[in-house]
Design a protein around this ligand. Structure first.
Ligand SMILES: Cc1ncc(COP(=O)(O)O)c(C=O)c1O
Length: 260
């Protein structure tokens, strides 16, 4: 493992791995996310790829949140960062911008052939049902046809992120549509706050608490989509300002939140 986007540390790990494979054979696979799913920032793909000049390895990019949303054509974080062709194994899920289930890996023919015959999901489990596969191909066709959906998504995401920042919210370093909102409070407060948001404001969002984030941090992860409206963005920002006030006043410490 190497710390988040720490290329110097990655190089040290590569040197270590090279020593190991001298004895064991095999090769080195560096795995990173294209868009980090929790914080929304981008993997330093260019920095990693640059190490190929000095070290021999393959790079695997999990671009679950990048495919369809990043880059001029929506081809993902590699396109955004100008190094798509240097990615050896590109993974994307159909569960985000494709609005479905399932996933894909694209790579060279020999790697894809190897995975077809060796992946657990190809051997012991059922494959994706054909309607899902055809649906995914249709969605890919729509994405390739133009950037209308991606442009709508970004209009919504930009409005949401700038609106929340202007309202004084902490969003960290997101560079993608993933919109994390950092608040302070305990796990109980986080639970009550999310319950209030869902039941009384009609807003559903995923909550992340300790141990995924440090103790005392509440992370609300907002996922804007192309079908949200700017009115909904305004409503969300207004509602978030209200729940932030309630949190500061200690209202979520109570266990009886249902009618707040
Ligand atoms: C970075 C990343 N990779 C992979 C996945 C898995 O997606 P799926 O729902 O297809 O299992 C997720 C889902 O949240 C994710 O955030």
């Amino acid at each position: 493992m190497f710390p988040h986007n720490d290329i110097d540390n990655l190089e040290k790990q590569l040197v270590r791995a090279e020593k190991i494979i001298e004895q064991t054979g095999g090769g080195i696979l560096v795995i990173t996310e294209g868009v980090f799913g929790m914080s929304g920032d981008l993997g330093d793909l260019k920095g990693i790829v640059a190490l190929k000049k000095k070290h021999e390895f393959r790079i695997f990019v999990d671009d679950a949140h990048g495919i369809g949303t990043m880059g001029a054509q929506g081809r993902g974080a590699g396109e955004e960062l100008g190094c798509q062709d240097d990615i050896d194994v590109y993974f994307g899920t159909f569960a985000k911008s494709f609005a479905s289930v399932g996933a894909f890996i694209s790579s060279t023919a020999d790697i894809v052939e190897y995975l077809r015959y060796n992946m657990r999901s190809q051997i012991f489990a059922k494959s994706l049902p054909m309607p899902i596969v055809i649906g995914a191909m249709k969605r890919l066709e729509i994405m390739r046809r133009g950037t209308e959906q991606k442009d709508k998504l970004w209009a919504v995401a930009n409005a949401l992120q700038s609106g929340l920042r202007n309202a004084g919210f902490e969003l960290g370093n997101t560079q993608s549509a993933v919109t994390p909102v950092y608040l302070s409070g305990g796990v109980g407060e986080a639970t009550n706050l999310t319950f209030d948001l869902r039941e009384n404001y009609n807003i559903f969002c995923s909550i992340v608490t300790y141990p995924v984030v440090p103790k005392g941090v509440i992370l609300l992860r907002l996922i804007p989509t192309a079908v949200h409206s700017l009115e909904e963005v305004d409503y969300t920002i207004k509602s978030f300002s209200e729940i932030k006030d309630k949190l500061a006043k200690g209202l979520y410490i109570s266990e009886k939140i249902a009618n707040v």
